[in-house]
Design a protein around this ligand. Sequence first.
Ligand SMILES: [Zn+2]
Length: 396
Amino acid sequence: MILVDAGRHDYVSEDNMPFLHSLSQEGTYVRRLSTIHGYAERSSVFTSRPPQEYGYFGNFHRSNKGPFTWLRFASFSGTSNAFKPIRMAISMISKYISGYHFTNVHAVPIKYLHLFDLGEDQAPLYAKGRYNKIKSLFDILIENGKTFEYFDCLESPFQRYLLKKDVLVLMEKKLNRKRDFYYTQLVELDNMGHKLGPSSKEFKEIVQAADKRLKRLITKFYSRFPKGTVILFADHGMTDVKKGINIAKLLPPMSAKTSDTYSYFIDSTSIRVWCTDKARTDKIKNTFLKIKEGKLLTVEDRRRYGLDLPKEHVGDLLFWLEEGSVFFPDFYHPTRLIKGMHGYLEGNDMDGFMIIIGKDIKKKTIEKGHLADLLPTVINLMGLRTNEKMAGKSVN
Ligand SMILES: [Zn+2]
């Protein structure tokens, strides 16, 4: 199973990705795979559930007990590029203290870090019992006595910094260890799509290069396992950024003194505000209502989008931008307006795709599927047994 991160549905064409396009004609091809809402797509892939069921929708949520509490007396933001080594050191110390899987601090102002805890990054997504009562693909594989290899990146920040190796090439070596199931992912289309914008000429070359790299890995896989099945999928798409909105400038400033009564977190396409003061909440609501590029989500909206989560996660106010706009600066991109973004609630560019090839795979094209269909599809293809409830259905 290979995740092509941010592989928008229309990249699968003779011009952009000729190899993937040829595969799409050979097996089962889901032309458009709609994504979930929020930023934890892989958690939905592995559980076939919306965020409100596994309990988070992004990286950070409000909490006084996260891995960064040791920084509560820090008084500086440190979001400029000069602070990169310090942010990396903070990530490593926090990982050591908390025992979390990843503790990347991104560009969250250092003085605010102690207000937040991590969700998806706490433990590896393949860890046994990772989603509490919900059984994931990996729990189901273990229950069925199957072995697996999960490889998405080098796990230590040091290794990642020094080696900068191609994950797909490293994955080739892992195929020498015989397993029933392999998972890996290609992240360049996401990284470079953000940086260059999906419509740019330079990005097109990166898409074409990714197609060649996938061809190399899949060819290697079939030389080792001629009867094997390959599922390629993209968890979401990407759209061009047209406008950056400086939201911090429009809101009352956050400070250490008031953090118990007022705080916020700026994701790229949404912002959450925690505020106990009614007058201030009303004022902020009015500020949001004036931003026509997005909307304040009602309780109804949140439920509909699968984001009916506790306050620590969704805030007292949750405002979401429409396709094409981003908050800038946000807590991920402090210095440069990025050119591509995903994570919108609606939009044509948000869909990914799914391609399944293999000996017994039916040749057919399905116009529309959903990210939640992946897990039931894998279960069906591998003949696994489970009673777990799922939001999607097998496409094969
Ligand atoms: Zn991304």
